[in-house]
Structure formats: C-alpha cells, structure tokens
Design a protein around this ligand. Sequence first.
Ligand code: F6R
Length: 602
Amino acid sequence: MCGIVGYLGLNEKKEILLDGLQELEYRGYDSAGIAVIEGEKLNNFKALGKLENLREKTKAYHTEGFGVSIGHTRWATHGKPTELNAHPHVGAYSYVVHNGIIENYQALKEELQADGVKFLSQTDTETIVHLFEKNNKTANTVFSAFEETIERLDGAYATLLITEADADTIYFAKNGSPMLIGFNGDDVYFASSDTPIIGKATEVYYLEDGDYGYARQGEVKLFDAKGEKTFTKQALTADKVSAQKDGFRFFMEKEIYEQSHVMGETMMGRVLDENIAFDELDADFFKDIKAIKICACGTSYHSALTSSYLFERLSKIRCDIEIASEFRYKEPLLTDDTLFITISQSGETADTLEALKMAKRAGLKSLSICNVDNSSIIRESDAAILTRAGIEKGVASTKAFATQTMVLWMLALYVGQEKKSISKEVLKTEIEAMRKTPKSLLVEEKLHSQLTRMSKRYLHGHGFFFIGRDIFFPLALEGALKRKEISYFHAEGYPAGEMKHGPIALADSTLFTIALMPKTMHYEKMKSNVEELSARDATILAISPEPFELADDFIQTNYDSHPMLEFFEMMVVTQLLALEISVRLGNDVDMPRNLAKSVTVE
Ligand code: F6R
C-alpha cells in the first residue's frame, strides 16, 4: 500500500517527485523519501509521517540539469514506520524504492548477512539494493546485475533502482504490483498509478507482470522472460479526477472492482502454505486468552458479527460482539482473560475508540483491525493488524468490509492454530478456500449489466428485507445497510428463520425480499423460509447458484466449494445492486446525504 514516482530528465526533479507523491499519499503516509543523482552528486532525503514533513526537509534543496530520481510514500508492511525503514533504501552506491512484498526476503537477507552485508532497516526492500550491489561485483554489465537480482525475487513487486555505477539510468521491474512508464519527448516518468504523471507525460505504457528494463534519456528498453520486448505507448488522459477513478463512474464502483486485487494484498505474507502468520502478533499473544469480545460500528460491526460464527466454529473460542455505542453505556462485565478486538476502517470512530479505552481501563488486552495506520485506534491498541485495503473514498464501505472479514477469517484460523483447537485437515481446507477468494471477488461484466438492468424494478416498494442464515445473516445486514445508505430506501437485514416471528406480517407484492441462498450452507432451510414469504406474495430476488422456481428475479452465482467463497460472491452482488439503484435514482453515490466517512463524534 505504498506509492512510487520516478523521473529522468532535465526538469526540477524534487518538485516532480514531491508533486507526484502528493497524488499517491493516500496510499500510505507513514514516511516518504526521495533520492536524486545529478552528474556525480547523489542526494537522499527521508521524513517520517506525512509528505509535508519531507517538503519541509527539502525546502532548501533544488536540482539542476539532467538527472535521475526516485521517490516513495510508505504504508508499513515489514518493519515499523521509522525513518530508517523509509524508502529509498540505500546500499553502498545505489538506491531502491519498492511496492509489494518480497516473500523470500528473509532467506536473501541471511545470505547477504553471511557475506558481511549490514542491514540498516527491517524492511524486505533493503535486500534488493544489497543483492544488486553483490551481483554487480561479478556481472558483466550493470544491467545484468539488475537482471540477476530480479530473477531471485519471489512475491509481488514494483521497483525502481538508481546507482552511481550507471548514473544516468533508472532500472525498473514489475511483478504483481502496478507500475507504468510515462513519456514526454526525452523525459521519462515512472509511477505506481497514472495520477502523479498526468499533465506531465503525454503517453504511457502500463507495465505487465514480468516486465523489467532500464530507461535513459530518450531511450527505454523493455524485457521479459522471453527477452527484449517491443511495446506500444498509449495517450495519457489529461483528466485527473477521472484518472483517480481509473475510468469508473464512482469511487464506490472502483472500490467494488478493486476488491479482488486488494484481497491479495490482505493475504500477502499471512496466508502461507500450511499456516497463517501474523508478524504483527507476538508468539504468546493468545496465551492467556480464553474469550474474545469485538466492538465496532456500522459495516465494521457486520464484519465482526460474521467473524463470531468463524471464531466459535473454527477456533473453538467464545466470541461476543457488541455495537460500540451500546457497549459504552451498558456497564459490561469484563474479565482480563478476554481479548478486546476493535474493528474500524478509519481508526477514528469515536464510539469504537471510547469502547477501546474502557476495555483498556478494565485491564483487557487489545487488538485492532484497521485500514489506516497510525490512526487513533491503532495507537491506542496493544497490537494492530492492517487490512491493507488502500484508501476507501466512497462513503459506503465496500472493500474495507471485504478485507476486514478476510482478516477476521485468517485470525480465526490463527487462534485455532495457536491454541491447537483446529485440526490440520480443517486448516488446510480453509487455506485452500482462502486462496480462491480473489477469484470469487472478480466482477463479471455479465453480472454487472444484469444488475444494471434489474435495478429498474427496485425503485419503489415499502420495504426491502435482505435475509440469510448463519454468516449470510451479517451479510444480509450489510446488504441492507448499503441499500439504505445510497438509495435512501428503508431496508432491513434479518435472519431468515426469524421472519415468521413478526416481519412476515409485512409481506405483500411491494415488500421486496433479497434472499441469500448459498448452496454450501443450510440451503434447504433457507429455501423453506423463502417459500413462506413467496406464499404471502412477497416479491423475491433470489441470489443462489441453484435455480429457484419461486424467484421473481434471480441472480445465479457460482457453485463454490466453501461458504466464505459464496459469501464474498454474494457480497459483490449486493454492493452492485445498491450502486445501480442509487445511480438510477440520481443520488450522489460517493457522498450520500447526511453521512460522513469518518464518524469522530459520539
Ligand atoms: C457504512 C459505513 C459505516 C462505517 C461506520 C464505522 O458503509 O461505512 O457504517 O462502517 O461508520 O466506521 P469505521 O469502520 O471507520 O470505524
């Protein structure tokens, strides 16, 4: 969750880097840094925290004439947010910036340390620069030293390297993390997304996985596993806002489409072949813990509720969930064998933060699951796990919910693993399913256009009931919340089996029921509940892999092997449905009325 900018040419490099990083700052603001080589002169600046700190630090610095330069804004993954861990990372005569995670960095680091290399930071990135300088001692050319370096890296990366050994060149490589090259005459730009170079470069080439090469003034050479590669540049848009939305109409839409990708980032380095790893947690973090209590608000509360099923089922640990604003005033009984977990996208929600403070006062150990590093909730907690969803701009939360739920699922397995309450077989099956999650979050064009067409039938009615059982009940709550937030219609999430205890009295043809009917979980029971509603003339939209003859509308999902895969697929359906209804109603999708992205008041 970081940002990269690079520039090679005659213009003022510091300003290009800082302006570009400003566009990417939302990707991470633990620290930022730049490195510039002009002729023989090498300059490097780093600052902790927001980019304005780096601006302040470089106030008196200006570049002149031709040079190469790289910059980075960081969202900590390996190693704490400190100045030493800030990029660019330095070797003896080279600098590197990197996005992503080098999965085999530990092995590479040990190998380099055995050769006497001293590491300054705790990052995976630093291995790249030392490995490059090691290879450069024996390689025929600087480029082949870079090539040999890239060949040894496992994991996802986008990286830029500059070196005094070849002072007018930028070396680059991309695998799994985004990077592009911008062109304007002899000037060459690099960035991890196109916003930093809009208005500067006129043409662009979006690097593909496995691409690497080098850039010199007026010359860019590109290679992949097959050798040198020809590439076609395309015109770069001049419209910044639409570029930030990557061509989507709304941030919410972009964020729904991003879920598949960010889920990969959430799992990276944590979902291993046979176990779950959280570098953030000490080995004995769960030692004296006998129960879990989770507090959150809104969408984050729904991910918590989902996890209560997973914790008890998979890790065999008692798990209670509380709405933070209720918890604060109920005079709860708290015991210090309970782990207090808070979940928050923003990390600033007042009710959640206050609940956390209460739990701490009662002597409970705390863990936060959060999307914004250095936020108040993270700072207040004993430990924190970042969801790595990237900034969420749409007020209606989507990818934050998906990644929170994933972290909680991973945590449920982790607790089971640590407490030896989960069998190897179950762990294996869960991990296999987890790895399929990014696929289940891909948005198919056919599905999206079906929902666009269908949305016209959901612009009226006296109520919308989203119903589900088990983990699909919290998903129903979340589906209804999305519907309420951006279409301003009354909607409720309800446990399907509970409808007959009251709400069924509302059933008529303008009561819309959105039924979540997974095939891997309680299908027959769910079917009976929906039949009861259909018999009372309610209009049914069924979401299921299994065709359902009583459905007035039907969205067919895939036959998946695991309930969580069905969960994520159905989540996308409910998000897109809410979006398309809101679009038809002409509402402000990204900034719905009366709401705010971060609720810092009680
Ligand atoms: C709904 C939504 C809100 C938030 C809630 C908590 O789409 O975004 O319900 O989930 O305000 O916010 P965080 O997660 O920032 O604590």
